[in-house]
Ligand binder design. Structure first.
Ligand SMILES: Cc1ncc(COP(=O)(O)O)c(C=O)c1O
Length: 366
């Protein structure tokens, strides 16, 4: 069995080796400061007693789980702190397949490439549901694709790569479809703080034994390197998830969890609102410049990414490498995100150089 490795690191390495200045728009690494309290939490930890340097509880620091549970309106027992949303998604998908109620995972096309990779790793089968041109997911289409073979419906809102945000009615119906097919709705909400539409609705708003929500501090606190995320499980599934987490990891990182806890407790809403506004401005700047470049694009309602299409320039890895060498802009090939956006390129707006990048694109394609 050969697993498919997502292309992100490969493209970033290619860009780093290029013989010219390149604006990097490949990965979703935020380029802004974490909350000030996060640095304070880390500094405090450096001076802590040695017992603080030992294993934390496997399912996460109790105070951190309590803080998450209180904010999300769930029972602390449902919360598992994970090694980022990456692990949270893995545990959620494993929980769905372990129920022995189907081996299919319904994924959207376009898709975040780690989902099919993990599906295969876990011995499941992926089945793709198409989305509308603007990235919206029609629950009626999901229902047509769901069956007794469905273990889970896996969605991401705000979406990577389309930028779509699913509203409350959509989330409610997705949970209902999961219930009707004895499956789970898995909702990956890592970009929840970056909703520009005001329509974002967490699946936690729909009470059900058939949904798992995953999230992370990677994006909301600009700390993708800390590796702290979490999943909220239904009561019946949480013990097995904790065991799997323990067998794979022993435990998570104590310094990272402590710093996140301090930051959660001491950071007000302005921090999150300012970063969301910064991203919303970049969306405007970048898409205005894409207009000048004559590109077709989707304006994201949330998240970090813009999909763009240029005439006669399909979104292949070869073309992405050409764009790095010849235009000095690094994006991701659309064909890395399933088959629906093979002609497109994905640009991450987590760089202060979005305008410069768009100008370079305009110059290149003009
Ligand atoms: C949709 C989605 N889920 C999960 C992740 C991974 O998040 P984490 O850093 O918390 O593992 C990313 C990172 O880009 C993402 O885009």
């Amino acid at each position: 069995m050969e697993y498919e490795r997502p292309l992100f690191f490969r493209v970033m390495q290619y860009a780093a080796r290029a013989d010219r200045d390149v604006v990097g728009m490949v990965s979703g690494n935020p380029d802004w400061e974490p909350p000030a309290a996060l640095r304070e939490g880390l500094a405090e930890y450096a001076e802590a007693d040695i017992e603080a340097f030992q294993y934390p509880p496997s399912e996460g620091l109790t105070k951190l789980r309590a803080e998450i549970a209180q904010r999300r309106g769930v029972d602390i027992e449902q919360v598992v702190v994970t090694n980022g949303a990456g692990e949270a998604n893995y545990l959620a998908m494993a929980a769905a397949l372990d129920r022995n109620s189907g081996d299919e995972l319904l994924l959207t096309d376009p898709v975040y490439p780690y989902y099919p990779g993990k599906t295969e790793l876990l011995g499941g089968t992926e089945r793709y549901v198409p989305v509308a041109e603007d990235g919206q997911l029609d629950p009626a289409t999901v229902r047509e694709h769901a069956s007794e073979d469905t273990a889970a419906i896996l969605v991401n809102t705000p979406n990577n790569p389309t930028g779509a945000v699913y509203d409350e009615a959509t989330m409610r119906e997705l949970v209902a479809i999961a219930e009707d097919n004895d499956a789970l709705l898995l909702s990956d909400e890592v970009y929840d703080h970056f909703d520009y539409s005001g329509r974002f609705a967490s699946a936690l708003g729909v009470d059900s034994e058939h949904r798992i929500v995953t999230n992370s501090f990677s994006k909301s606190m600009a700390i993708t390197g800390f590796r702290v995320g979490y999943a909220v499980f239904p009561e019946a599934l949480v013990d097995d998830a904790k065991t799997r987490h323990m067998l794979v990891n022993v435990a998570g990182s104590q310094p990272a969890q402590r710093a996140v806890l301090t930051a959660l407790q001491e950071t007000g809403p302005d921090y999150y609102a300012d970063n969301r506004d910064l991203m919303a401005e970049r969306v405007e700047t970048f898409t205005a410049a894409l207009d000048d470049a004559g590109a077709e694009y989707t304006t994201p309602d949330g998240g970090f990414y813009v999909l763009a299409r240029f005439d006669d320039f399909p979104g292949t890895l070869d073309n992405v490498e050409r764009l790095i060498d010849e235009a000095g802009v690094a994006g991701m090939p659309g064909d890395a995100f399933g088959s629906a956006r093979e002609d497109w390129l994905r640009f991450a707006l987590v760089t202060p150089r979005v305008e410069e990048a768009a100008d370079r694109l305009a110059e290149y394609f003009r």
